[in-house]
Design a protein around this ligand. Structure first.
Ligand code: SAH
Ligand code: MG
Length: 195
């Protein structure tokens, strides 16, 4: 992987106000992936490919990341970025809505990273669980959504997203097969491991 290109990709994404993964969140995920040594990762929400490129260095030999993005211009930028970072043999982008694409996938993943439309997290969880290996791990970003999820203030316009994030966290925590941690890094990070 080309680290200089990675820095440029990050810089441009920040300039363009693309909501890429935050540094402190990435630090946590780096450690998890280093320990896990995944061969297959599923990412929901590619944006311009920054997180996928970062994760790709933890893949075992021949490993692969499948990542889904619904905005065409982001898919095009992501393809370009992935080439510049020299990891195009490790990352496969699906262009389309994850709500439509996920049900067509039938692979087994070591890690599923959820980082897309907050209102769809309960659906993403269901699909992630269906494709998670028996020792797999689900990581979800933005689960505390600027603190809205844990506050009782309920009048903001993001109400549907908040309701669905709460439902997502409930389902994670009520699932007897999962061991769950919710961290206050970045915008809130949920880590769920199969027991
Ligand atoms: N993981 C990226 C950031 C993703 S930002 C990184 O850290 O570098 C969230 C992205 O998810 C946006 O680009 C948005 O277009 C995409 N997205 C949101 N809902 C989606 C959906 N239902 N299907 C596919 N992509 C979606
Ligand atoms: Mg995010």
């Amino acid at each position: 992987m080309n680290e200089i290109e990675l820095k440029k990709i990050k810089q441009k994404a920040l300039e363009d106000k693309i909501p890429i993964i935050m540094d402190d969140t990435l630090e946590v995920i780096d450690k998890l992936l280093e320990e896990k040594e995944p061969s297959k990762i599923l990412e929901i929400g590619t944006a311009v490919g920054y997180s996928a490129i970062c994760f790709s260095k933890y893949l075992t030999n021949g490993g692969r990341i499948d990542t889904i993005e619904r905005e065409e211009d982001r898919v095009l930028q992501a393809r370009d970025n992935i080439k510049r970072a020299e990891v195009e043999d490790k990352i496969n982008i699906f262009y389309g809505d994850a709500v439509e694409i996920l049900p067509t996938l039938n692979e087994q993943y070591d890690v599923v990273f959820i980082d897309a439309a907050k209102g769809k997290y309960p659906f993403f969880l269901k699909e992630a669980l269906r494709m998670l290996k028996s020792d797999g791990m689900i990581i979800a970003d933005n689960v505390l959504y600027k603190g809205y999820v844990m506050s009782d203030y309920n009048k903001h316009k993001q109400r549907t997203a908040v309701r669905n994030l709460r439902e997502f966290l409930q389902e994670l925590q009520n699932n007897p097969e999962l061991e769950v941690e919710i961290l206050e890094v970045g915008d809130g990070l949920a880590i769920a491991r199969k027991k």
